[in-house]
Write a protein that binds this ligand. Sequence first.
Ligand SMILES: [Zn+2]
Length: 381
Amino acid sequence: MDDSTPITEYLLSMVEAAILARASDIHLEPEERQCRVRWRIDGCLLDGPRPPLDGRDRLISSVKIMAQLDIAEKRRPQDGRFDFPLSDGTLRDIRVSSLPTIRGEKLVLRIMAPAQALPLAALGLETAQLAHLQRALARPHGMVLMTGPTGSGKTTSLYACLQSLPLDGINVCSVEDPVEIALSGANQVAVCEKSQLDFPNALRALLRQDPDVIMVGEMRDGVTADIAVKAAQTGHLVLSSVHTSGARATLARLINMGVAPFNLSSAQPLIVSQRLLRRLCRYCRRPVCLTLSAWRGAGWDDGVPEAASPYEAHGCAECQHTGYRGRLGVFELLPLAENALNARGELNPGLVCQPTLRQAALAKVMQGETSLSEVSAVVMD
Ligand SMILES: [Zn+2]
């Protein structure tokens, strides 16, 4: 493409190229006269194709028209969406949001994943962890809590859990903001501020409808957390997520929100902490010999692992020269038994979970799935 390419032609081919490159978001960032185009792929922002010269305003307007935003309104944030037709005949859902910056409107186009939940076994759990999670999901009551920072794959894991349930024989209900994947056989409710359908209201309503399994997209406030914990104590299986760095932080957050430690431990939650690591590109990864000090530096507290076959990132056309292609989850599971917390809501010191997040991540290095530097960058605690 050159500077004479019409802006709509640029836009359509740029969005399609971003989708084919597995991007999750497209950022259109206004500069002095130009517009910077960046794509997020596997969690990292990379430069996309440069738009035609002086095309900034026309590019922003074209996207706003496609997403049915008010093109005259440039000072208030707006949001909208459009369906993007791919050349294979399928449609992709694109969510658009605008933000007025000092250089003009910045747009982000979020490319929604094709609506399909992953099987549990594809998430990246170690074999024993997978069996543990499946046992927790087979209980008639209790909680499974996914925890991690933004973009750590909590929602993907929640959907994988829901989909693994025998949806035909039970009543599965969810409250979500928004519903990202429509699951056949589940009754999903989207939170809607305009109709005053917030998490607590929706949750109270669905509890009157004889549910077996309840999924609460995220526990953000004390009222929601309290209802969810009590539902788990009274014969329901509750799945939810909490935006925290790990199991201990999750307990502290829930107790800060006002959930009584006694209620929390008697709900018997399985707390799953997770992170997403970039997967080394199969086409260009290179075997690497890691020294003992490199392993130790990444938190390994033993000798050089003998069975390890580690690789490092290189870069090729298949991976946009990043060395990585796709991502995989690493997990730490902490089951809370009834006596796991003291009266102040602190974990009894004897409780350890194996493997830890870091051990699970280092196992992926030994299997050649990711690199030591990726583990050091993503797994902090
Ligand atoms: Zn590659």
